[in-house]
Design a protein around this ligand. Structure first.
Ligand code: THU
Length: 135
């Protein structure tokens, strides 16, 4: 598959993931599809909870799937929300993605027709928390 078809493939996969969101409280379904260094695509959706703070975003669902599937690094990631075009990952999710990304990892922001904007990890999370002290 060529580089050019990859964002479209991730857009479609993110839309399918969004269809599995469990978002009965916010009614704000979000889907994520990421490609990892193993070449596989991993999916995630938000999973809410009656005890509201216990719910989580689509991004950690996808990251957990990647880790359990054997992926180690995120090479590109698409995010889509049913009710918000170009939905960006929340602040906490930027940090979570950053753990497994590099500064030039591409993040695809979508609407319901496709990828509308591409940003890098460095653009999404400038001045990221980084230190050698913690290893
Ligand atoms: N949400 C995500 O899944 N990812 C984000 O980066 C933004 C917010 C979810 C969390 C919650 O289930 C719903 O969107 C409304 O905040």
């Amino acid at each position: 598959m060529s580089e050019d078809t990859s964002p479209q493939e991730l857009f479609e996969a993110a839309g399918n993931a969004m269809g599995k969101a469990y978002a009965p409280y916010s009614k704000f379904p979000v889907g994520v599809a990421l490609r990892a260094d193993d070449g596989k695509v991993y999916l995630g959706a938000n999973v809410e909870n009656l005890s509201f703070p216990q719910g989580w975003c689509a991004e950690p669902t996808a990251i957990g799937a990647m880790i359990m599937g054997g992926g180690k690094k995120i090479t590109e990631l698409a995010v889509i929300a049913e009710k918000l075009a170009l939905c960006t990952p929340c602040g906490g999710c930027r940090q979570k993605i950053s753990e497994f990304a590099s500064p030039d990892t591409r993040i695809y922001l979508c609407d319901d027709t496709g990828v509308q904007k591409t940003v890098t990890m460095a653009e999404l999370l400038p001045y990221a928390f980084e230190t050698d002290i913690l290893g």
